[in-house]
Design a protein around this ligand. Structure first.
Ligand SMILES: [Zn+2]
Length: 696
């Protein structure tokens, strides 16, 4: 296609036309708290802003390199931490929009920008003079009387250079550049393919008799979707709020199968969006890069900078939990199979039956389903409850400020204040699915936190979800899973908002990958506590508090299918590790590789049409390569950490203060195990997790 060439030419013209002073991304941000001026930013501003930001970053680096003075911690290591601030700001705006409000045009821009950013990064990490300077400072580290945060900054700076190829020969460095440029392009392509496949599918049902079993809310949403596309009937798609109710409730097995296969075969259909080759190329390039740097495989390279330390550490966790979960998972499957049989189902239960029958069995066992809980979880009340928890634990308060510009009407910007009234952060919330929004939920920042010249520059944080929309007859009512998701992302947001570092690269969520989910997952523990729920979980029509019996059922139901769910996460962990412990490039069949990788976790028969690897964005378009195990790792941490609140009181301010001071404020300023032990008193154990999930 020539679209791309045409786009390049257009952007080149635009970048000549738009002068720096006309570009809102390049001047001072004059909005409240210097928030991003979304009301002024247009797509054509991005390329020239990136060009100018990179130029500025380059001259900041140049100044460090050319500095005739002997290298010191300040003139080299700190200066490096501060370099590229404008670029960070531009990238912060751009990449958040890429996730939450994208368009073909933005994706086109990303294709242009991504190699520019990689080049900039490589120009720094492969600059020999810069590395020599950092090395010289590092050589005197014992004589510099640095505090803990400064020591970490120096250590990171030095180690990151080496990990980015600074010790390579010139020929190897050139190769390293090629690999990382190619990797960034392929990752983008991978993610785009998954998005295109997600948005490209819809299940149009014209005959209502095919939709028995579905709750009214799901039908209304599907009818509204059809209406918006000028179609008669109902449309379901692969976004969670549409897909999941269908899997849970639709009686029509054929349609369930159709939708399930569509969901699980994304980017695996041999069409233009197929990711099989991309998976192999990405894995092979990562391996090549790791070996260039002297590691036998990519996992060794990645895990060196994680709490787990090495592949053996990861496999120990996966295997320990596997032992505790696999038999339980099979018992659960047999139970669901048996239930289906009692209800007239014949044959072996398949993935498209699993959610349907297990949901019905859940109702039978616990007399509980999403629809019973949803009336108690009206979105605005849940938000009040979650904010209220932060107020109770930490004393912080939230004030909406509509003068802060937003990128979409649905986004609500808040000013967040500390207990003493001091401004703490800006928090944006963005709750509902839109065509340009990626699936799932996430927290990110538009701007990080740092201190300079005695000024604490506070962060701008965003949390983005894909929650059920309000309908004509109902406000937005959340499923319990969605409530947990909100608590989870809000936990990340606290990590970002409480950031109290001097150096931006160590601030907030800039921690080891397998530590970053502790602040988020610990929040989910409160969601099953009646004492907490009573503060906001009231029926949206009657105002009645959520009944104690219902909360008790949530607690029981929480551990429903604990074995299966554990095995499912472990299967992803094994798959991830398999791709990244390869010591030779894999040239075979992706599907076969996958089935071998997670064979021991298999609960259902192999289904030829589906593939996880081709849509596993965590691994191939995100930062979770050799890191998916982190979710389980973090569960161990969060269960162990929450046991302190359980013991000393759910709203205990001293425990909260200790969690804030030792974990949330500290970011990556010290090794996570050091921080954790300071809060907990000892290293984490799996006991609390196994107990909480009923696996022991
Ligand atoms: Zn998370």
């Amino acid at each position: 296609m020539n679209n791309k060439l045409a786009a390049v030419i257009i952007f080149l013209m635009i970048s000549v036309m738009v002068k720096a002073q006309d570009n809102p991304l390049l001047g001072d941000f004059n909005s409240p708290h210097k928030t991003a001026p979304f009301d002024k930013i247009k797509n054509e501003h991005f390329i020239p802003a990136f060009q100018e930001s990179i130029k500025q970053g380059e001259s900041e680096i140049e100044a460090i390199v050319k500095n005739p003075a002997a290298p010191t911690f300040d003139n080299t290591v700190v200066a490096l931490d501060r370099a590229g601030r404008l670029l960070n700001r531009t990238a912060g705006v751009f990449f958040n929009l890429m996730s939450a409000e994208t368009s073909d045009e933005l994706q086109q821009i990303a294709q242009e920008v991504s190699p520019m950013l990689t080049k900039f990064q490589n120009d720094i990490s492969l600059n020999p003079v810069l590395f020599e300077k950092v090395k010289a400072v590092y050589a005197q580290k014992d004589k510099l009387a640095l505090n803990a945060e400064q020591q970490t900054l120096l250590e990171n700076s030095y180690v990151n250079f080496i990990r980015q190829g600074a010790n390579l020969t010139d020929v190897q460095k050139e190769k390293f550049r090629e690999i990382s440029t190619e990797l960034s392009k392929l990752s983008l392509k991978f993610g785009e393919n998954v998005l295109k496949e997600t948005n490209g599918y819809q299940l149009h049902v014209a005959d209502k008799s095919n939709l028995t079993g579905l709750p009214d809310g799901a039908l209304e949403a599907a009818a509204a979707k059809a209406k918006s596309k000028n179609k008669v009937g109902w449309i379901f798609d692969l976004n969670m709020p549409s897909y999941l109710p269908f899997m849970k409730y639709a009686d029509n097995r054929e349609l369930r199968k159709e939708l399930n296969l569509a969901y699980n075969s994304k980017a695996f259909k041999g069409n233009e969006f197929d990711n099989q080759e991309n998976v192999k190329k990405i894995a092979a390039l990562r391996l090549e890069m790791a070996q260039l740097l002297g590691y036998s495989n990519y996992a060794n390279y990645a895990l060196e900078r994680r709490m787990a330390t090495n592949p053996a550490g990861v496999y120990k966790l996966l295997d320990d939990l596997y032992e505790a979960s696999f038999n339980k998972a099979n018992q659960e499957k047999a139970e669901v199979q048996d239930y289906a049989k009692r209800n007239g189902f014949t044959g072996e239960i398949m993935p498209w039956d699993w959610t349907y029958y297990s949901e019905k069995l859940k109702v039978e066992k616990f007399d509980l389903n999403d629809e019973m809980l949803k009336p108690y979880f009206e979105l605005s009340k849940v938000v009040d409850g979650v904010f209220g928890l932060a107020t109770e634990l930490y004393g912080i308060t939230f004030k909406p400020n509509r003068n802060i510009p937003v990128y979409n009407e649905e986004v609500i910007p808040y000013e967040v204040f500390d207990a003493d009234g001091k401004f703490l952060a800006v928090l944006y919330t963005d709750f509902h699915p839109r065509a340009g929004k990626q699936g799932g939920a996430w927290m990110n920042d538009f701007k990080g936190q740092w201190k300079e010249n005695g000024v604490d520059s506070r962060p701008h944080i965003t949390i983005v979800m894909n929650f059920t929309r309000p309908t004509e007859s109902k406000p937005a009512l959340l499923t319990f899973d969605e409530v947990e998701t909100l608590m989870h992302e809000f936990g990340h947001a606290l990590h970002g908002m409480f950031a109290n570092s001097t150096y931006q690269s160590l601030s907030g969520t800039s921690v080891y990958r397998d530590f970053v989910e502790l602040p988020s997952q610990i929040m989910e523990n409160w969601a099953v506590e009646k004492e907490f729920l009573d503060r906001f979980a009231v029926h949206y029509q009657t105002g009645e508090k959520i009944p104690a019996a219902l909360v008790q059922k949530i607690v029981y139901a929480q551990n429903y299918l604990a074995g299966y769910l554990s095995i499912r996460q472990l299967s992803f962990g094994y798959l991830d590790m398999a791709w990244h412990i390869q010591e030779k490039p894999f040239n075979g069949n992706v599907k076969e590789f996958e089935e071998n990788a997670w064979a021991k976790t298999r609960i259902f028969p192999v289904i030829d049409e589906v593939c996880m690897s081709t849509q596993f964005s965590h691994l191939f378009a995100g930062g979770y390569a050799a890191g998916y195990y982190s979710y389980k790792w973090a569960e161990v941490l969060d269960a162990d950490a929450f046991s302190v609140f359980k013991e000393k009181g759910l709203f205990n301010k001293e425990v909260a203060q200790s969690f804030r001071e030792n974990i949330l404020e500290k970011g990556g300023t010290e090794h996570p195990m050091v921080l954790y032990k300071r809060f907990r008193g000892h290293e984490p154990t799996v006991d609390a997790l196994l107990e909480r999930s009923g696996l022991r």
